[in-house]
Design a protein around this ligand. Structure first.
Ligand code: UT7
Length: 328
């Protein structure tokens, strides 16, 4: 069983941080950021809550789908940057959009979150006949977790949200979800409450970076090496289940982390870069929101059309990765 994308919506904050803006507080320059990452500017949420951005994207997705929010049976929010440890973003958004009959929960697979959540949505639709619509909301405020003294990470990320209304269908669908937890310490942000005790206790042999607490820490080089393997593998694992090749795919929608990662993945797959959707130049890396933002923008611009075959491929902290092949 497959899924049908009934409607999508996106929301990004008005405030934008351009590459040159970083030169006010770190040693960097526009050329380094452009050539090493492909990013030119990224939206920044300020104190706009994560749930608020998700709500705006969800309302737009519901409008595009033309459905009654009361008929949504499940809301899944795939955020790594929740406003709260509890309640979930999904519960807050469920109330805000009037999805009064929906179950709601968050899931965190970091930047692979949208792939994980969409595949989870499909499994719910397959096993529950009473479920008509599922809403997946990817909403992220990375800027709140960034160490703006760390020039190798703070220039990479942006804030934003995108949402999709799904229903079951018999269209083409395949997926593969993967994780390699041995790389967990390569990209992480500690929760404040437990960090000092755990980090200092020798018995735990804690492998995670020590400071600064609750800020994003990453080993960029190692994550890069992982990413250029994970992206093509995500496609190949999903593709082999349905005997599809890269030539059957109209559009690859990869996680938007670094243009060099996408170019390397395209080379490894022997697929032309023209088939890869790229939006990181103006969004930066918005974690779980990056794939649906790219997808939604391309649909709105008429680049991605009904009937075309898509490969959504992601990777992120965890280290997680995964792919979905579907027909739009
Ligand atoms: O969703 C997943 C999120 N994470 C990723 O996808 C990250 C994957 N990794 C990357 O994208 C890249 O590794 C980075 C963009 C983070 C770094 O690019 P790189 O080409 O691997 O640079 P590097 O770490 O090898 O650093 C090269 C030089 C260093 O200087 P020295 O030691 O050669 O003097 C860095 O200190 O570039 C320096 N550098 C910068 N210079 C100017 C690092 N960041 C900056 C900066 N501006 N912002």
């Amino acid at each position: 069983m497959g899924i049908s994308i009934l409607g999508m919506g996106r929301y990004v904050p008005d405030q934008v941080l351009k590459n040159d803006d970083f030169t006010r507080f770190i040693e960097t320059d526009d050329e380094w950021i452009r050539t090493r990452t492909g990013i030119i500017e990224r939206p920044m949420a300020g104190w706009e809550p994560t749930w608020y951005m998700g709500k705006q994207a969800a309302l737009r997705a519901i409008e595009a789908a033309g459905i009654d929010p009361a008929k949504i049976g499940l809301v899944i929010s795939c955020t790594a940057t929740s406003d709260f440890h509890t309640p979930s973003m999904a519960s807050v958004i469920q109330h805000e959009i009037g999805a009064i009959s929906a179950a709601a929960f968050d899931m965190n697979a970091a930047c692979s979150g949208f792939v994980y959540a969409t595949d989870t949505a499909r499994r719910f639709l397959e096993t529950d006949d009473t479920l008509k619509y599922v809403l997946v909301v990817a909403t992220e405020a990375l800027s709140r977790f960034l160490d703006f003294n760390d020039r190798s990470s703070c220039i990479l990320f942006g804030d934003g949200a995108a949402a999709v209304v799904l229903e079951k269908s018999d269209k083409l669908y395949s997926s593969a979800l993967c994780s390699d937890g041995s790389g967990a310490s390569l990209l992480c942000a500690r929760a404040l409450s437990v960090a000092p005790e755990v980090a200092q206790d020798k018995e735990f042999n804690d492998p995670f970076p020590k400071a600064p607490l609750h800020k994003l820490q990453q080993n960029g080089k190692e994550v890069y090496k992982f990413a250029v393997q994970a992206l093509p593998k995500s496609f190949e694992l999903a593709a082999e289940k349905v005997s599809i090749t890269k030539d059957d795919i109209d559009w690859f929608v990869p996680h938007q982390a670094n243009i060099r990662i996408i170019e390397t993945a395209a080379k490894k797959l022997d697929a032309p870069m023209e088939k890869f959707i790229v939006t990181l130049d103006h969004y930066g890396n918005t974690s779980s929101a990056s794939i649906p933002l790219a997808l939604c923008e391309s649909i709105e611009k008429g680049i991605i059309k009904r009937g075309q075959k898509l490969a959504l491929i992601g990777f992120g902290a965890g280290l997680t990765y995964g792919g979905i092949i579907l027909e739009y």
